[in-house]
Design a binder for this molecule. Structure first.
Ligand code: SF4
Ligand code: SF4
Length: 436
């Protein structure tokens, strides 16, 4: 139990036993992006765990404590690096929910977070935003506005939001049921997501086509909404639980054997629904059953084994591990195996692969300066590979890295893993991926 007067109440405080697992060895420090940037102990996993311990032992929640926890990207590189198996992912989630309950944020911060959470986890509202955004991009007003620097002076956070918005193509709505080509090997559900569905509809279409070509019936429940990932990662526990219940309801009646996800952050959260809804008697067992079905699209394709013939793609790609795919889900080998099986394709590894690109959910909006530094560092490492196309598996990483690569002045193509597989199956040309 937390000491009275300390930072935490007794509803899921950071677990003292998990805190006790940390032996202060420091192996995690070189993989922590904020420690790499600033070299400050309290901006390392070890320092943040120390602050949690202080809070449990009676230290009140201070602005300084919260600033160090807020600065964490939640990238989970420290979880991969830790030889003692410290579950920092659980600790920071427990801490963030407490921060949301007990810390009074500034009016500006509250307004920004209010705007983000009234928009991003709502696919219909995001789709409504497409029209004005496309108009801005088509007229070049977005670039003109960026050149004036006015928005940057007004609010660096809103400027970051604007600069991250991808070039929008046409909407590509999916039918509710897509039949497998040839012999059916599985029936899978597809999460269309919020940002993925509104800003990268081509990724969802490519996912459906590849699954279909590989012998899957694909079910796309119309009632699905947000998975709750952004809410979980920002301590909005009740909101996240509401989203999770709704998603379980949507897929439960669809009779699918697997739920396929093409956004790393969503997949890692959905695999943890058993923990998120553990205290809900009506949903605990259903959430566990649901979580067991969740697979990243590269996992399911690797599991099934490929049957659709691949056409050559003579190009060099650099593959970027999204943190929530590599560190949170341990999915590293499958996308590489699938990509390297394409004739003619050469895959380059990026230096400092464990370091986050700075996207991290809403991090690059609420903390634009460190996010930009991390983005520029990642872009330099990507450019140094000499690859023509950067490939990754998360919409947040795609937006963050695209923006950083543009700043670097070395134009290159950007694609989701599944778009490359789709192009190979369809026999699309390499030029599909290269910048105009
Ligand atoms: S989650 Fe990432 S940013 Fe946070 S402490 Fe761990 S390594 Fe550092
Ligand atoms: S979190 Fe793990 S790697 Fe980091 S200091 Fe603690 S025990 Fe060592």
């Amino acid at each position: 139990m937390p000491a009275p007067g300390g930072a935490f109440d007794d509803h899921n405080p950071p677990d003292a036993a998990l805190i006790g697992d940390c032996v202060h060895c420091g192996f995690c420090l070189p993989t922590c992006p904020t420690y790499v940037l600033w070299g400050e102990e309290m901006d390392s996993p070890r320092g943040r765990i120390y602050l949690m311990k202080e809070g449990l032992e009676g230290e009140p929640m201070s602005d300084s404590m919260v600033s160090h926890w807020d600065a964490c990207l939640g990238c989970m590189a420290c979880v991969t690096a830790c030889p003692s198996g410290v579950q920092y992912d659980t600790l920071i989630e427990q801490t963030r929910a407490q921060v949301e309950r007990h810390h009074e944020r500034s009016p500006k911060d509250r307004a920004l977070r209010g705007l983000i959470f009234s928009l991003f986890p709502h696919p219909k509202r995001l789709r409504l935003l497409r029209g004005p955004l496309r108009a801005l991009q088509a007229t070049g007003l977005d670039r003109a506005m960026r050149r004036t620097g006015l928005l940057e002076r007004l609010s660096p956070q809103l400027a970051a939001m604007e600069s991250l918005a991808p070039r929008l193509g046409r909407p590509e709505p999916l039918p509710p049921y897509i039949h497998a080509s040839g012999e059916r090997r599985a029936v899978v559900g597809l999460l269309t997501g919020c940002v993925q569905g509104a800003f990268f509809p081509g990724v969802n279409s490519a996912t459906a086509r590849v699954l279909q070509a590989e012998g899957c019936d694909v079910v796309v429940p119309a009632s699905q909404g947000c998975c709750g990932a952004l809410s979980v990662h920002n301590g909005r526990e009740e909101e996240a639980q509401g989203f999770a219940r709704r998603l379980v309801d949507s897929f439960e009646s669809s009779g699918v054997e697997r739920v396929v996800v093409n956004a790393a952050g969503c997949g890692s959260t959905m695999k943890e629904y058993a923990d998120l809804l553990a205290d809900d008697p009506a949903y605990a067992a259903r959430a566990r059953a649901f979580a067991e079905k969740v697979r990243d699209v590269s996992e399911i394709l690797d599991e099934l084994g490929t049957v659709a013939p691949r056409h050559p793609l003579d190009m060099t790609i650099a593959y970027h591990d999204a943190c929530h795919l590599a560190h949170a889900q341990g999915v590293r080998a499958q996308p590489r195996r699938l990509l390297e099986a394409i004739p003619g394709l050469s895959l380059k590894e990026i230096a400092e692969p464990e370091l986050c690109c700075g996207s991290a959910g809403i991090y690059n909006i609420v903390n634009p300066e460190p996010a930009r530094e991390l983005g520029d560092r990642k872009a330099a490492n990507i450019v140094a590979t000499g690859a023509q196309v950067l490939v990754t598996a998360n919409p947040g990483c795609l937006m963050q890295v695209t923006s950083a690569i543009q700043r670097s002045g070395h134009p290159m193509g950007m694609a989701h893993t599944i778009e490359v597989l789709d192009a190979s199956i369809r026999g699309a040309p390499v030029s599909t991926f290269l910048p105009a």
